[in-house]
Design a protein around this ligand. Structure first.
Ligand code: MRU
Length: 352
């Protein structure tokens, strides 16, 4: 992604330091955070310095590589144990996005090498490979998804499934980027996405960088724009997709999908294969993260200033994701093409 004319990925390894665009500071300031220890990477995932399913995956993969690279001993068995502990800590950082576990499995296979040096080298290579593959998957999602966007259409998106949520390009925003690049005239309705406002803070910022016409709308306004014929299609990302085609994504996605069906508007989910959990039979088996109630009772402004907006003393509930049943989803845009949200099509993805 271009930031002030320079190309950036969301996460990248610079020798033995992991760098990330600090998403807690956007849109007010653009900062790059640095990490040398895997437990600090786990903390960055937990506190959402990095967030979005594919970005969390790549960050966790690099985190595991850091655990290998910072090992000072000479005992391969001891290094394998360290990698297993690091993997458990990173896996415990956030529960819903499947890419996190997919990336950890990928990089953890470095343990099968026979010496300390080989394990280190393999872990670093695999983490880099994982990030590069993730970029290519998102690029292809962009190519396939752009075909669904006609000129003079308006797209509604929820949360941030842009380059910031991936290593580059994004998932839901990749088709929008490619359609804009192909000079199609389009407009994007950006759901604010309370409580953490990933839409108004991050998606709006990304679209502004690319000069893609858009407007932020309050979450409650989506139904109004759909009913009055102003939305041509919806594209959202995913945190985990079950074998049934049910999709877990940012809280509020489900109600947008129901509204879309009621108003006969196509509702697409964009996700790479790393987001599909072939062991989750249906959406009911997807763990839904509960975050701090403070995210609901307070709003964060510039310089991390937090202001309480809820009545003092009132408790709050804060599920971070919801499940949209497959029957509300028109199609899933993957790097292999657009598929139907059902078991046969999803099993077909795994076969290649
Ligand atoms: O809590 P977040 O900000 O990590 O949630 C992110 C989302 O729900 C995204 O829509 C999803 O991860 C897809 S990212 C390409």
């Amino acid at each position: 992604m271009k930031v002030r004319g320079r190309n950036y990925r969301t996460v990248w390894l610079d020798r033995k330091t992991l760098k990330m665009i600090d998403q807690t500071c956007l849109p007010h300031s653009f900062r790059v955070a640095s990490f040398k220890k895997y437990f600090d990477v786990a903390d960055a995932i937990r506190t959402m310095v990095v967030r979005g399913a594919p970005a969390i995956g790549a960050a966790a993969g690099f985190g595991l590589a850091l655990a290998a690279l910072s090992y000072r001993g000479r005992d391969a068995e001891e290094l394998r144990d360290e990698l297993a502990s690091a993997r458990a800590v990173l896996a415990g950082s956030r529960p819903t996005a499947y890419d996190l576990f997919d990336a950890l499995d990928y990089v953890f296979s470095a343990k099968d090498e026979c010496s300390v040096e080989k394990i280190k080298l393999r872990a670093a290579t695999l983490a880099q490979q994982y990030a590069d593959i993730s970029v290519e998957r998102c690029r292809r999602i962009g190519v396939h998804g752009a075909r669904l966007i006609k000129s003079r259409s308006s797209v509604l998106t929820h949360c941030n499934a842009g380059a910031l949520a991936a290593v580059d390009f994004g998932t839901a925003l990749a088709p929008i980027r490619f359609a804009h690049k192909a000079s199609k005239k389009l407009f994007v309705f950006v759901d604010e996405t309370r409580p953490r406002c990933q839409g108004s803070r991050l998606t709006a910022w990304e679209l502004a960088q690319e000069k893609i016409p858009h407007a932020v709308i309050a979450d409650n306004a989506a139904g109004h724009y759909m009913r009055t014929g102003r939305v041509s299609l919806c594209i959202v990302g995913a945190d985990r997709i079950a074998l049934s085609g049910d999709v877990a994504n940012k809280i509020g996605t489900y109600e947008k999908a129901v509204l879309a069906k009621e108003n006969r508007i196509p509702f697409y989910v964009a996700a790479p294969v790393s987001t599909f959990d072939m062991n989750a039979i249906s959406g009911d088996s997807i763990p839904i993260e509960e975050r701090s109630p403070d995210e609901v009772t307070h709003i964060q402004g510039k310089n991390m200033n937090s202001v309480r907006v809820a009545s003092p003393g009132s408790p709050a509930l804060n599920p971070a994701f919801d499940v949209t049943p497959a029957r509300y989803i028109t199609g899933i845009i993957t790097e292999k093409g657009v598929i139907r949200p059902n078991k046969a099509a999803i099993r077909g993805l795994a076969r290649g």
